[in-house]
Design a protein. Sequence first.
Length: 92
Amino acid sequence: MPLVFNQVIEECDSTNRLARILAEAGLPNGTWISSKKQSAGRGRMGREWVSSEGNLFLSVILRVLDRSKTSWVPLSAAVAACKSIQSFFPDS
C-alpha cells in the first residue's frame, strides 16, 4: 500500500512547495496538504498571496497521463467547490 500524507498543519511557507516535495518523494495521486496559515504563499504569475488564518490553503498532487487536460483542473475544482458550498448554504 502506498504511503499517504493527507494532513492539515498549523503553518508553512507554501502548501504548493510542500506538495512538490511530497510528489518528488513518490507520494501518490490525490495526496493533499493543507495549512491554517502560509507565510510565503504565491499567486498567479509570482504575485504575493496574502494567507491569513481562516481561509483554505490546500495543494493536491495530481499525476496525469495526458497533460493537455491539466489546464481545466483549476476551473473544475473551483466550480466543484462552489457547488459544494452552495449545497450547504442555498440561500447565500
